[in-house]
Design a protein around this ligand. Structure first.
Ligand SMILES: [Cu+2]
Length: 443
């Protein structure tokens, strides 16, 4: 799963005087790269204090090495190709082979040394969002450090002061670099393993892109009109499901580095938000919810007891955010008689298709699309088309899942008699359209 590329030699150790004797590590740790966009198994720590690791939706955790009592990581900022879902690849900037970058995991109290090598065509920095670090380690280019020029490596050193869920991203040509996908998550586990333990722990970051159909590069100056609403730079049906064992305590950690808020909704359960990027929420301040809004530039973590088996939709509740590339200049044709319209349009454009008279369900429709884009809605379930895209996936809660097994268990086997069903209806009347008079009620 990991591929190892050559890493920079000792010559790249920039401004050695600035970091003084703290880096006896003349050797920069090997940079580990990921070439896959599917969820990698949790990475259990081989050294240092123990913890129960997270899994990253469509992502992975960056391996570390111990050097004395320092935990050392190596991030490489570089251009990457990210597959949003099968059929669409986008040229992004990211870290260590993927965008978003790998999740960084450590333990409260750890001393970490993070090497950052810049292989981008312009300078960059890394800011540690939400983490309490010395000002000079905060990664704001120009303000707290010189920008990291292309080809150079900088070192960030700090102590993980508190446990929780944080993010990392550049503070250097920020608009462009974040619109190009440069971001990742940081999970700091509590040193006390008995503090709010869970059985399964998922993490992902939300970001949005404007990639016009047939193109391969996001428009970095887009401010509002995005067409790719992603979780870890993936869209449905490309987002991993969340496999969960019945009865597991589950934690889901969600970062938002997009330009709008996302109300995240889980079916079949209620949950409590237990942590933000500011820290853990005391139990006395928690309350039940089924949707939680994740504001821009924030983290929301919820804990849920998975006590209801099934396939549970898990998605952003803004309905445009569960769509892929869509045009917004379409008229609403619901209730408009297609016959008259088709006649009128047909005179002007004989090949035109009039659609949307009874809604826009397109489950059985196949339309030719340009290269490198995705249908507005897609995905198939055991009962038919799911007609979703963007920020949508499924929490799959199963009785017979092994502890630590994160493989997709497949579709839910519904117990007999538990699925909504059809009854014989008295007469097959066509649906009424707005504007048509109601049939007179028979007395
Ligand atoms: Cu959303």
């Amino acid at each position: 799963m990991f591929s190892r590329r050559g890493f920079l030699g000792t010559a790249a150790l920039a401004s050695a005087s600035a970091v003084s004797g703290r880096v006896q590590a003349a050797a920069i740790p090997e940079a580990v790269h990921m070439d896959k966009a599917v969820m990698q198994p949790p990475l259990h720590p081989a050294s240092g204090p123990d913890y129960r690791p997270v899994v990253t939706l469509n992502g992975w955790t960056l391996p570390f090495r111990m050097n004395g009592d320092w935990k050392e990581f190596h991030l490489v900022a570089e251009p990457v190709v990210r597959e949003f879902a099968e059929g669409m690849k986008v040229n992004l900037w990211g870290y260590n082979g993927q965008s978003p970058g790998p999740t960084i995991e450590a333990v409260e109290g750890d001393k970490v040394r993070i090497f950052v090598t810049n292989r981008l065509p312009e300078y960059t920095t890394v800011h540690w969002h939400g983490m309490i670090v010395p000002s000079g380690m905060d990664g704001v280019g120009g303000l707290t450090q010189p920008h990291i020029q292309p080809g150079k490596t900088f070192v960030y050193e700090f102590e993980m002061k508190k446990s929780g869920t944080f993010m990392y991203h550049p503070h250097s040509d920020e608009m462009v670099q974040m619109a190009m996908g440069m971001m990742g998550m940081v999970v700091v586990h509590p040193r006390d393993q008995s503090f709010r333990p869970v059985d399964r722990d998922f993490v992902f970051v939300m970001s949005t892109y404007r990639v016009d159909p047939g193109t391969y590069l996001p428009r970095v100056n887009e401010m509002t009109d995005f067409n790719m609403w992603t979780w870890n730079a993936r869209v449905f049906p490309g987002i991993d499901p969340l496999p969960v064992r019945l009865g597991d305590k589950v934690r889901v950690r969600i970062g938002n580095l997009s330009m709008t808020n996302h109300p995240i909704h889980l079916h079949g359960h209620s949950f409590a938000v237990t942590c933000t990027d500011g820290g853990w929420i005391p139990e006395s301040a928690q309350y039940p919810e089924t949707t939680t809004d994740v504001p821009v530039g924030a983290v929301r973590v919820f804990d849920v007891l998975a006590d209801n088996p099934g396939d549970w939709a898990f998605h952003c509740h803004k309905s445009h955010h569960t769509m892929n590339a869509m045009g917004h200049d379409m008229r609403n044709m619901i209730g408009v008689s297609r016959k008259d319209l088709a006649k009128a349009v047909g005179k002007l454009a004989p090949d035109a298709m009039v659609m949307g008279q009874s809604g826009m369900a397109m489950g059985n429709m196949e339309m030719p699309a340009p290269d490198n884009t995705l249908p507005m809605m897609s995905g198939a379930g055991q009962f038919g088309p799911i007609e979703m895209g963007g920020m949508f996936t499924v929490m799959k809660i199963r009785e017979n899942l092994a502890r630590g097994d994160y493989r997709d268990p497949g579709p839910y086997q519904f117990p007999q008699g538990t699925v909504a069903y059809e009854v014989a209806s008295p007469s097959a009347e066509p649906a009424r359209q707005p504007g048509t008079p109601a049939r007179r009620m028979k007395m």
